[in-house]
Write a protein of this length. Structure first.
Lengths: 232, 265
């Protein structure tokens, strides 16, 4: 395959043992792909399983059956059956995930939170911080906040820090879970620009966006998740 | 960066095969097998009595298994059965290549001698004999674990709980071990002190490319520090996987119970 991501009949069910073993089917028959330089947007109402699919592609949720092929360093690895070490390696050098919420690490300065993904991939600290600064400036985070940990920031500021952290890397796959959810118009426009730049660099993206206007601006293809609804 | 190269290393550092320990007729630990790779942090979680501390003692050769074995890759690259090591090799592991961070710092420190001597002692045990160099290295390490170097001549019995724990970490890491065992490293500390210690450990582990096995009943500790987690119950490993996978998508009834029992802050 030339696709960066290729899902074939992926399926996920939660079994809630504390609720008497209730089976909660989430999705089944999930099949789609994302090519380099392409942004695939998942659409469907809340609860249709969009976030669950992103989490399955990131390896955060386990996949019960089917296949999640990820092109990683030139070979295709099935994330549904990959060893934990392979998943970690894929996350470090292939897949980035921009979630809605920042999992704040206490005491780490904002600029270092953003620079970290570059540093773990071997970029020199100074260069990583410089690139982090550039991105924070584009996302309108004032320089006086850079040395503070983001845990005290407003929701919108934290989200922008999170976006900077997600977009700073040179990873070939990005998963975007509502990257523009609580942003103002100016910052939404910056995110749209960042996504366009990633496309020109051949990054494959799978995104969830509720805003129709943004979806229209970034989507190369729309995959309707309701067709994968597993609810009986 | 060391983390990158070490995580890509394909040779396991420590291998457990069919490990078991019985106390009389009581099985404390049953059929545990896994491999730990360089730079990897593994958390062992479970309640009191689940067998996690027994397992840690088996893995660190402090307790002989009733069945199974633990192998460790020595610095010459050869994987060796711990039960068959000679006394000199065991000493090398305990004094240099391994660290052991106890829940109670009094077990891992000499409470009556100075902080500098506590750190320097591990260096002297491996043949360092230049007082100035030992003191310089000890000072550097106190600074790295955020202890005021002005306190270097004070004994840890005059330190707070958090400082003692950080000193214990400095004492363990000064010999540049490749593997550190930690038994409830944040147990008994105030929450704010815990956060500082966790952050410090997280940075040191990643900067030094350390492998670590951390026993904890605190899932937040596992989330922050570990790549991979093993859940224990009744002496058995009942679920294992990537830390966020096990915590966000727990499969076993007991793991679901553990995860759902966390009180949101």
């Amino acid at each position: 395959m030339t696709a960066m991501i290729e899902l074939a009949n992926a399926e996920k069910t939660f079994t809630m043992h504390l609720q008497g073993g209730v089976e909660l089917p989430v999705v089944r028959g999930v099949s789609f792909h994302a090519d380099p330089g392409e942004c695939v947007v998942l659409s469907g109402p809340s609860g249709a399983g969009k976030s669950s699919i992103l989490k399955m592609i990131f390896g955060n949720y386990r996949c019960d059956s089917g296949r999640i092929g990820i092109r990683h360093r030139g070979t295709v690895i099935d994330l549904a059956t990959a060893e934990p070490r392979q998943v970690l390696s894929i996350r470090r050098s292939t897949i980035g995930y921009v979630s809605q919420f920042l999992r704040a690490v206490p005491r780490v300065a904002t600029i270092d939170v953003v620079a970290e993904p570059l540093i773990v991939n071997g970029v020199a600290r100074e260069e990583a911080r410089e690139r982090a600064g550039r991105l924070l400036r584009r996302l309108n985070i004032p320089e006086r906040l850079w040395t503070l940990p983001p845990s005290t920031f407003s929701g919108g500021e934290q989200q922008r820090v999170n976006i900077a952290r997600g977009f700073i890397s040179d990873l070939p796959i990005l998963l975007l879970d509502e990257p523009t959810a609580s942003l103002d118009a100016a910052n939404r426009a910056v995110v749209v620009e960042l996504i366009a730049e990633k496309k020109t660099r051949g990054v494959a993206m799978v995104a969830i966006v509720h805003d129709d206007e943004i979806r229209h601006l970034i989507a190369d293809r729309i995959v309707d998740v309701t067709s994968f609804a597993a609810a009986a | 960066m060391s983390e990158l190269s070490s995580l890509d290393n394909d040779q396991p550092l420590l291998v457990a095969e069919g490990l078991a320990k019985n106390y009389g007729r009581l099985p404390a630990c049953r059929d545990v097998s896994f491999a730990l790779y360089p730079g990897e942090v593994l958390a062992i979680v479970g309640e009191s009595g689940s067998g996690k501390s027994t397992l840690l003692q088996l893995l660190s050769a402090q307790l002989a298994p009733s069945a199974g074995r633990v192998s460790y890759r020595m610095r010459d690259g050869v994987l060796r059965d711990l039960a068959e090591l000679g006394e000199a090799e065991r000493r090398f592991l305990f004094r240099t290549d391994w660290g052991f961070v106890h829940q109670d710092p009094a077990q891992g420190l000499r409470m009556g001698v100075s902080a500098g001597a506590n750190v320097g002692e591990r260096l002297m045990a491996v043949g360092w004999n230049h007082y100035g160099r030992i003191r310089d290295t000890a000072s550097t390490w106190l600074d790295r674990v955020e202890i005021d170097v002005g306190r270097i001549d004070d004994a840890p019995k005059t330190y707070s709980g958090g400082m003692r724990q950080r000193l214990q970490i400095a004492r363990n890491l000064v010999t540049e071990p490749r593997l550190v065992f930690m038994d409830e490293p944040t147990g008994g500390l105030d929450v704010s002190v815990q956060a500082r210690l966790l952050d410090l450990m997280r940075n040191l582990v990643s900067e030094l490319g350390l492998a670590a096995i951390v026993v904890t009943h605190d899932l937040a500790v596992a989330r922050l520090l570990s790549h991979r987690v093993m859940v224990m119950k009744g002496g058995r490993v009942i679920e294992t996987g990537l830390t966020d996978q096990v915590l966000d998508d727990p499969r076993e009834p007991y793991t679901q119970l553990l995860v759902s029992s966390i009180l949101p802050p």
